[in-house]
Design a protein around this ligand. Structure first.
Ligand SMILES: NC(=O)C1=CN([C@@H]2O[C@H](COP(=O)(O)OP(=O)(O)OC[C@H]3O[C@@H](n4cnc5c(N)ncnc54)[C@H](OP(=O)(O)O)[C@@H]3O)[C@@H](O)[C@H]2O)[C@H](O)CC1
Ligand SMILES: [K+]
Length: 245
């Protein structure tokens, strides 16, 4: 059997289901914490604060959180970025009432004094190249089905206008991309960094390697489990939560 380097949206959903099923018993909260933590680590690796001026250090990291679990990863990531010494601001236009957990993640952000903007707030004020280090795109992950609906369509159109001046870090799947086919519909972002979670999805084969730095993160499966789904685990070093591919 050949070893896959990517897994389809269907397989990714099956993997998640098994990880959170009765035999293995991870909770969504555990996996999301590790996923968000690894994205925050990728931001640190890509945009280190060491040696930067105070002005540079004060720049915002603008985290946009969508309505599902990809958005949850973004909320967790913002909390870790604050702990790591960055200045995150979260835009969370459509808040999920799927579980109480999302509300708890927002309370935790309040606890860390990370601003969480609502849909009616002027979010574009926070997106200025001179004031913004990067944008974390946690809008949609492997459950996105085009065409994109509002309010996200308008938001992603604005991001597309800014992405040449402010780098985008996409969580798991660049927003707007078909998980299996890549950027086949508009609007869709062109990220400077992609952090694939657990294992890259087929859309990642469409990134332009000259433009996009690709990391894998979400270090939560043993080798035999990966092999059962047809892929290999990644050679993470030491305590790292991410690996540059
Ligand atoms: N094991 C792991 O790697 C883990 C990954 N995690 C992250 O979870 C996402 C997948 O999360 P999921 O909740 O299944 O899905 P998404 O966040 O991608 O999106 C679901 C929401 O998006 C809405 N949606 C879908 N298509 C559209 C569209 N065309 N326009 C507007 N809105 C859309 C959808 O709304 P519905 O009304 O259709 O239900 C949902 O609200 C994965 O990618 C990782 O980032 C976890 O953290 C766990 C571990
Ligand atoms: K995303």
């Amino acid at each position: 059997m050949s070893t896959l380097k990517v897994v389809s949206s269907k397989l990714a959903a099956e993997i998640d289901k098994e990880l959170m099923g009765p035999q293995i018993g991870f909770t969504l909260q555990q996996l999301m914490e590790l996923a968000g933590f690894s994205v925050a680590q990728a931001v640190c690796r890509q945009f280190p604060l060491k040696g930067k001026t105070e002005t540079e250090k004060g720049k915002h990291i603008f985290v946009i959180a969508g309505p599902g679990n990809n958005g949850g990863d973004g909320l967790v990531c913002a909390r870790h970025l604050k702990i790591f010494g960055y200045n995150p601001v979260v835009y969370y236009p459509k808040r999920s009432d799927r579980t109480e957990f999302y509300k708890q993640l927002v309370h935790q952000l309040n606890f860390f004094k990370v601003p969480v903007l609502s849909q009616d707030e002027n979010w574009l004020d926070y997106l200025k190249p001179e004031k913004t280090l990067c944008i974390v795109d946690a809008i949609f992950g492997f459950s996105f089905k085009p065409p994109m609906r509002e309010p996200f369509k308008g938001i992603v159109e604005e991001l597309c206008k800014l992405q040449d001046r402010i780098p985008i870090v996409s969580v798991d799947v660049p927003t707007g991309w078909d998980v299996d086919e890549g950027p086949i519909s508009q609007p869709s972002v062109n990220p400077a960094v992609l952090v694939s979670l657990t294992v890259p999805k087929p859309c990642s084969t469409h990134i332009d390697e000259k433009h996009t730095t690709h990391y894998v993160g979400g270090r939560f499966i043993p080798r035999d489990f990966a092999n059962k789904y047809g892929f290999e685990t990644f050679g993470y070093e030491s305590t790292d939560q991410i690996l540059k591919l």
